[in-house]
Design a protein around this ligand. Structure first.
Ligand SMILES: NC(=O)c1ccc[n+]([C@@H]2O[C@H](COP(=O)([O-])OP(=O)(O)OC[C@H]3O[C@@H](n4cnc5c(N)ncnc54)[C@H](OP(=O)(O)O)[C@@H]3O)[C@@H](O)[C@H]2O)c1
Length: 340
């Protein structure tokens, strides 16, 4: 089957491309002239240069494809309108291009986000039919993209997946926590319980493929996460075990995020780049429960994520070590030197 992947050179996209090739599909990747192709340049794929914000570039990308996996998006931007222009506007452009140029389309899959749904009110998992209340411009732009997809439901076979925080090799976001742990610190916000859904990138890819290939999933939206949510402190402890090192829990008061975000925003504005931590993001981080239900995915699509946290984190640490993204503890460095 001929498939198109947007955002193919990114973290999740590159794993998806590998799996599609492994399953024997012909993969076309929408990339930009400026895209860093390090994860896909060695793969037998067709590159099509274009941007989701430039509709004139999308016709050749979707022509003759049976499936479109739409992952291109921005998770960090300098302005609210940038989220909407790329995440919502880009989705609409791509859907229009499919309508016009992709006559044999059997599925258009949008990768949205748990951020579009918003946090859960407590430890009880949020379900897909709960009214959404995204807290950030990012989440709101993803929700807008979902609404645009819904508008095309009568013309195209569409589906939406909403992943929570994704971790695994090549990820640079959850890496920040891995790095704290590598330096012996497991940072916690306040003393109360903090429960989150997470998903390993390999599980997410399998879940996306299951949705894209399920007839029952046409016109539907699914959370794709590991069924067991994790306590934030246990996440750090799992990382520490995988690294074979001791960590100290550092409990930070929640208010500390506000001045930290302000400093980060000012620094980012001066450097003319998106801030990693900003005042909006603080609203998301302060929420104690980000738990989503995967019951609908199991019931309708028959998919359940299977990479347990211990295994997923161990594999991720190993990869970070091999690629020099995390410092190895001294004991391991000595052992490696002795065995040389
Ligand atoms: N990672 C997570 O924890 C997570 C969680 C929930 C949902 N998601 C969603 O999953 C998708 C993939 O995320 P990721 O973590 O793999 O992100 P990523 O590594 O930052 O990849 C984003 C991709 O989108 C492309 N892109 C951005 N703007 C574009 C434009 N105007 N035209 C064409 N391509 C454009 C980027 O291309 P360049 O390299 O050229 O910039 C890159 O390939 C995103 O839609 C994200 O919102 C991610």
């Amino acid at each position: 089957m001929q498939v198109l992947v947007t955002g193919a050179n990114g973290f999740v996209g590159s794993f998806l491309v590998e799996e599609l090739l492994r399953r024997g599909h012909s993969v076309r990747c929408l990339v930009r002239k400026t895209s860093n192709l390090q994860w896909i340049q060695h793969l037998p794929v067709d590159l099509v240069y274009g941007e989701v914000t430039r509709p004139e570039t999308l016709g050749p990308a979707v022509e003759g494809v049976q499936q479109v996996y739409h992952l291109a998006g921005v998770t960090k931007a300098r302005r609210r309108e940038d989220y909407f222009r790329v995440n919502a506007g880009g989705t609409e452009n791509l859907l229009r291009a499919c309508e016009e140029h992709a006559g044999d389309l059997t599925r258009f899959l949008l990768v949205s986000s748990q951020a579009a749904a918003g946090p859960s009110a407590g430890p009880k998992p949020r379900v897909e039919s709960d009214p959404p209340h995204p807290l950030t411009s990012y989440g709101q732009s993803k929700l807008e993209a979902e609404r645009i997809v819904a508008r095309f439901r009568d013309q195209l076979p569409v589906s939406v997946v909403r992943p929570p925080a994704v971790y695994g090799p090549r990820d640079r976001d959850v890496l920040i926590l891995f790095r704290y742990v590598a330096h012996g610190v497991n940072p916690q916000l306040g003393r109360g319980e903090r429960l989150v859904s997470v998903v390993h990138v390999r599980d997410l890819v399998q879940g996306m493929l299951a949705v894209a290939n399920s007839e029952a999933a046409v016109g539907q939206t699914y959370f794709v996460a590991h069924p067991e949510p994790v306590e934030w402190s246990a996440f750090g402890e799992t990382m520490a075990r995988a690294m074979g090192r001791k960590v100290r829990k550092l409990v930070l008061p929640a208010w500390i995020l506000w001045p930290a975000a302000l400093v980060s925003e000012i620094a980012a504005r001066l450097a003319r780049r998106p801030a990693t931590l900003n005042l909006e993001k603080v609203r998301e981080i302060r929420e104690r429960y980000w738990v989503c239900s995967v019951e609908k995915l199991r019931r309708e699509v028959g998919f359940t994520a299977s990479v347990d946290l211990e295994t997923g984190v161990r594999e991720t640490v190993q990869w970070y070590w091999e690629h020099g993204w995390l410092p190895k503890p001294k004991s391991r460095r000595k052992k490696a030197e002795r065995s040389r």
